[in-house]
Design a protein around this ligand. Structure first.
Ligand code: WT7
Length: 661
């Protein structure tokens, strides 16, 4: 870890503790979690988590809450059986079959109001359709769908028949899709002809076609149509979902009773090494934990209209658009297009139209709203009781703007820290029980025990105000089970560094989050960001290695390194430093080729901000690229220690080259 930025130095500049904001009395009076005893109750390890599992309907109750006998392969609610689709759909039919489950708003204002009864019918039909194509329990189904009702319906249909889904964000490229299909040994892909982006119809089938060429496997493809009519775009090799659904109209599929430990889904995420990791999530512990945090942190009640403006293709959407909110029987809003289409007031227009109570977004989005100005939200009449941020640290300035201009100084805000791997929130306030402090995620969630260690693994004093590596000392029900097909990578990525891996006592194992953090005297946690070679672009993790391998695909490139440049809107954006091969001219055309390579390999959302030609990259004597120095250069900061470089003059040369650009 010697090359990691010194966490202490990173923090200094930002440490300025903010004032507290009290939650409004009218919020506290109605909150789901209003008894401080919840911390002690749930903290009673491991039985405290039973109250989370009790939020669900089980076919068979568990025999054992937690089995830690084979660390770090922990098991939860062992012996229990349940079905996630049943819990999110069927069990609400008695009480609220005519209540809206999903409120979908399309790009051009088209609306779908899907009641729990409709959802039940559609999930059953899709489950029957999948089965008719041979999908069996435990087959991984790759789902490459945008923000249309087909996406949650397909996920719940998979869950119904016990087929783990692996949703690949629609913005990912054909190559990224191909890689994930292969990596997940998936024999089924569910796609769609297209969807709308800023009002334009995007051809999505083209991507599927390309991905099929690139992948090693030969999966069967099922294609939805964006407009209910079978689409001409779709090749004859694909099975048309709309016709299949007609064939299976009103069919019922018995929910498969799954072991609590059976996987519910895979979600790929970026890591430090080249290939994305398939985080595997279990059925029982995951669903229990996301239902409980939806209830206690997001304060969701069945009668609420709740809107998480994330994409279901990321973990946020899985846990807090689909599984958590629907397990609680609430109304969850989905929107297809971007926040500025067709005008910058679109989000607030939707909030007003559906009378949204709870609103959930990212700091990136808040910064964008802030840039657009308060006149857009001011035009609409909406009234949030509760607001969430997720994905990256929120600067106090953005927090205050959100609080004032969106929340009208009258809504609570929770800043939720968690990860694809953690399944649900780990650090954030229970909003009626703790005061808000801008820029801090807040306290640990009930039952969760974060701690900080230095690079040598020594634990820091609690609440010391010092920065360190964030670890979680105790297992929790929604933690990933493993990295799909790669237990070794699971251990080396998350456990090895700060655990005694020879021990079979689970208390010797600590989960490594990969983030730097500091705990202030009041016990509040402030997250500093990633300590590994992973950047956070608009709230999403991108591995610098992944980006670099995309760049290396360009033949003219001899060597490349990616550094995170701070960006007022997106948080971080990639800068690519490139050494070209002998004889290659450093032209704009080459730059464009590099940008295109990243877009092709990963997706347009990962587009580099700058491509910078250099003669050499800063390397240590052992030949490792020091990305930290490139980051300093990109962000116009002091270079710091360059003595470990093989050639200490390289960073200066790069600076000169940048200015000569
Ligand atoms: C990484 C996880 C959790 C769903 C969305 C992202 C950063 C996440 C916060 C927050 C500061 C945050 C961390 C984390 N992060 N939430 N509230 N404050 N940083 O999931 O793509 O798995 O990324 O996002 O660096 O490790 P993800």
């Amino acid at each position: 870890m010697s090359e990691q930025p010194d966490a202490d130095a990173t923090i200094e500049a930002r440490l300025h503790e903010q004032d507290y904001f009290r939650p409004p009395a009218k919020f506290v009076g109605q909150a789901n979690a209003s008894d401080p005893d919840i911390y002690d109750e749930v903290g009673e390890f491991p039985d405290g988590f039973e109250q989370y599992a009790e939020l669900l309907d089980w076919d068979e109750r568990w025999d054992e809450v937690f089995d830690g006998s084979n660390p770090p392969f922990f098991e939860w609610f062992v012996g229990g059986k349940l079905n996630a689709s049943y819990n999110c759909v069927d069990r609400h039919l008695d009480e609220r079959k005519n209540q809206t489950a999903l409120l979908w708003e399309g790009s051009d204002g088209e609306q779908e109001n899907i009641t729990y009864q409709d959802l039940h019918r559609r999930v059953n039909e899709m489950a029957a359709a999948l089965r008719s194509q041979g999908v069996e329990e435990d087959d991984v189904v790759t789902v490459h769908l945008p923000m249309v009702p087909a996406l949650p319906i397909t996920m719940l249909a998979c869950a119904r028949i016990g087929a783990p889904h692996s949703v690949v964000f629609a913005g990912f490229s054909a190559s990224a899709l191909a890689e994930r299909v292969d990596s997940a040994d998936s024999d089924y892909v569910v796609t769609i002809d297209g969807y709308y982006r800023r009002g334009e119809f995007l051809d999505h089938i083209e991507k599927t076609d390309e991905a099929l060429e690139e992948m090693d496997r030969d999966p069967q493809v099922l294609a939805w149509s964006r407009h209910e009519e079978p689409s001409d775009e779709v090749s004859d090799d694909y099975t048309d979902v709309e016709s299949l659904l007609d064939e299976h109209e009103r069919e019922r599929v018995e929910p498969v009773s799954r072991d609590a430990e059976d996987p519910l889904f895979l979600m790929y995420t970026s890591g430090t090494t080249g290939k994305p990791k398939g985080c595997q999530h279990r059925t029982g512990g995951y669903l229990a934990y996301v239902a409980a945090t939806s209830k206690n942190v997001l304060d969701i009640k069945p009668g609420d209209t709740y809107w998480c403006a994330a994409d279901i293709g990321w973990i946020t959407g899985h846990s807090y658009i689909v599984y958590g909110p629907l397990a609680l029987g609430t109304t969850s809003v989905m929107y297809e297009d971007t926040p500025d289409h067709p005008h910058k007031g679109r989000i607030w227009e939707i909030a007003e139209r559906y009378d949204v109570d709870i609103f959930h977004t990212s700091p990136t989005a808040v910064r964008m709203f802030m840039k657009w100005g308060p006149e857009y939200p001011e035009e609409y009449d909406f009234d949030f009781r509760h607001m969430t941020t997720v994905g990256e640290p929120i600067q106090p300035e953005a927090w205050l703007w959100y609080y004032k201009h969106i929340g009208d100084e009258d809504a609570v805000i929770v800043d939720t820290w968690w990860q694809t791997e953690t399944g649900g929130h780990l650090i954030t306030n229970l909003p009626a029980l703790e005061d808000m402090k801008p820029g801090s995620a807040g306290k640990a969630c009930p039952g969760i025990e974060p701690a900080l260690v230095d690079d040598g693994g020594e634990k820091l004093e609690p609440a010391s105000g010092k920065a360190g590596n964030l670890i979680i000392e105790r297992p929790w029900p929604s933690m990933l089970q493993t990295v799909y097909g790669n237990d070794e990578r699971f251990i080396s990525t998350y456990w090895e560094d700060f655990s005694d891996t020879d021990s079979d006592d689970w208390t010797d194992w600590n989960y490594k989050a990969g983030d730097g953090a500091v705990q202030a005297q009041d016990g509040y946690w402030r997250i500093l960001g990633r300590l590994d070679d992973v950047m956070n672009v608009a709230g999403h993790r991108l591995g610098t290695m992944e980006l670099e391998s995309a760049v290396a695909e360009v033949e003219k490139v001899a060597e490349a390194a990616v550094a995170a440049r701070e960006d007022a809107e997106k948080g971080e954006v990639p800068d690519v430093y490139v050494v070209v091969r002998e004889g290659v001219e450093e032209t704009d055309a080459v730059k464009e080729e590099i940008v295109a390579a990243v877009e092709d390999e990963i997706g347009k959302f990962a587009r580099p901000a700058n491509v910078i030609f250099v003669d050499d990259l800063p390397k240590t004597r052992s030949g490792k690229i020091m990305r930290r120095l490139l980051e300093n250069i990109s962000n116009e900061q002091e270079l710091g220690d360059t003595t470990t470089l093989r050639d200490p003059s390289v960073p200066e040369q790069i600076r000169d080259q940048m200015h000569g650009d």
